[in-house]
Design a protein around this ligand. Structure first.
Ligand code: NDP
Length: 449
């Protein structure tokens, strides 16, 4: 058994894989972080002796529960619900709920783990959690989604609270689902408190929350470009996804003078060489959030080519924004982007880029920001929603957008401070180290718990 100061990536990952068999997404997320943190930790015996990295990769607790609900025909369905309460060293557990057929423990543990460093980067007092269910809202009626959300909350309500754990949305959990979940909590507990974020504006939601992740991602890209004496004007941008994050990344890019030439969904991507303008984007938002249809309908309407089952990374562009899901941009996609002289990538989704693709971007020394830095705007405004709920006040759009802007600029500065090396900013290194220290120091202060 090696002593703590013999910590190596190989030994650490072997132990993690042994304790968490088959959880490939979780292994991937931890490996990316540990690659940077182990050399850093080696320099600081206090973290090493206290086994902070081992403690950071073991969730505080995991809650798994059965969710039974009836469809509109009266048939009974059984799903599995989860909440991974990963780490509350610096604040209440905070992180989204995902409803998607692919949801499993590995995916939620990777998301919860990433959330620790991301939430720390925002500078707000937010711990980390993630949850969800293998329930797919797609193709379900509103009443079926409502019944599922109510059944899910009957169990989740036992484990959350405004000072304990404050969930938000994620894939498959938008305003409709948050409203059903919040309404059910209110009914069960007979109290009106800010136990979720992303709520409707009529009942404690924050302005700019819906836009925050996408806007924040574009602000982060703007900062990276500025740091290299460049800007967004006239840059052609390839976006994947057409959900919450992608929609508002597209809107901010259009507003700041860039040209959005692709968007995608799980059925394929649409290429619009003239650029998606605000009117076309509104059409996409309605298609995806109200009608809940495939993007191919948009392609039909504007007589554009729809690339069924394909990803958009081979379309030549200056900038790329993966905003759909994990591992959607692999080494081959990275080669295409580099071949077409792409200048930079800002992750809007969580871990959309595989480790090999990240290495290819870093080797080519182009701009690359990991999701924990560039998509932190969403949880940051969720944190501000919690503050507004606590003081029972609502801030204006301007106040919130200004605060979001400042938070994203600060995260960028922290990444540069910790990631600058030989004239190149390694944003992955910068984000991992900057996010780590605050949480690690809080954990050390608490002693061995
Ligand atoms: P949405 O559910 O609103 O949108 C998801 C989008 O991704 C849809 O266009 C969906 O297509 C597409 N998609 C989902 N799975 C796949 C797949 N396997 N292959 C291709 N496309 C897929 O989710 P969000 O926009 O909220 O989240 C997107 C990403 O951003 C996730 O990684 C999430 O964790 C991350 N994130 C979200 C935050 C937020 O505030 N919402 C905050 C920080 C990160 P379709 O419509 O066909 O299903």
């Amino acid at each position: 058994m090696p002593k703590p100061n013999d910590l190596t990536l190989e030994h650490f990952m072997a132990g993690l894989k042994r304790r968490n068999p088959g959880e490939t997404e979780f292994h991937q997320a931890v490996e990316e972080v540990a690659t940077y943190l182990i050399p850093y930790i080696q320099k600081f015996p206090k973290y090493n002796t206290a086994r902070i990295l081992e403690r950071l990769t073991e969730p505080d607790r995991i809650i798994i529960f059965r969710v039974c609900w009836e469809d509109d025909e009266g048939s009974v369905h059984v799903n599995r619900g989860y909440r991974v309460q990963f780490n509350n060293a610096i604040g209440p557990y905070k992180g989204g709920l995902r409803f998607h057929h692919s949801v499993n423990l590995s995916i939620l543990k990777f998301l919860g783990f990433e959330q620790i460093l991301k939430n720390s980067l925002t500078t707000l007092p937010l711990g980390a959690g993630k949850g969800g269910a293998d329930f797919n809202p797609k193709g379900k009626s509103d009443t079926e989604v409502m019944r599922f959300c109510q059944a899910f909350m009957i169990e989740l309500s036992k484990h959350i609270g405004e000072n304990i754990d404050v969930p938000a949305g994620d894939i498959g959990v938008g305003e409709r689902e948050i409203s059903y979940l919040f309404g059910q909590y209110k009914r069960l507990k007979n109290e009106f408190t800010g136990i979720m974020t992303g709520k409707g504006l009529e009942f404690g939601g924050s302005k700019i929350r819906k836009e925050a992740t996408g806007f924040g991602c574009v602000y982060f890209m703007q900062e990276m470009l500025k740091h290299h004496s460049d800007d967004l004007t006239g840059k052609s941008c390839v976006i994947s996804g057409s959900g919450n994050v992608a929609q508002y990344a597209a809107l901010k890019l259009i507003q700041l003078g860039a040209k959005v030439i692709t968007m995608s969904d799980s059925t394929g991507f649409v290429h619009d060489p003239d650029g998606i303008n605000e009117e076309k984007l509104n059409n996409i938002i309605e298609l995806k959030t109200v009608k809940r249809q495939s993007l191919s309908e948009y392609a039909k309407k504007y007589k554009l080519k729809f690339h069924e089952g394909k990803k958009p990374w081979a379309v030549p562009c200056h900038l790329a924004f993966p905003c759909a899901t994990q591992n959607e941009l692999d080494e081959n996609d990275a080669k295409e982007l580099l071949k077409n002289r792409c200048l930079g990538i800002a992750e809007g989704a969580n871990m959309p880029t595989t480790i090999e693709a990240v290495k290819a971007f870093q080797k080519a020394k182009i701009l690359f920001s990991p999701g924990k830095a560039s998509n932190a705007g969403g949880v940051a405004v969720s944190g501000l929603e919690m503050t507004q709920n606590s003081i029972r006040l609502s801030w204006s759009d301007k106040e919130l957008e200004d605060r979001l802007r400042v938070i994203m600029t600060n995260i960028h500065e922290e990444c540069v401070a910790h990631g600058w090396e030989d004239g190149y900013v390694d944003y992955v290194k910068g984000a991992n180290i900057a996010g780590f220290s605050k949480v690690a120091d809080a954990m050390l202060a608490y002693g061995v718990i």
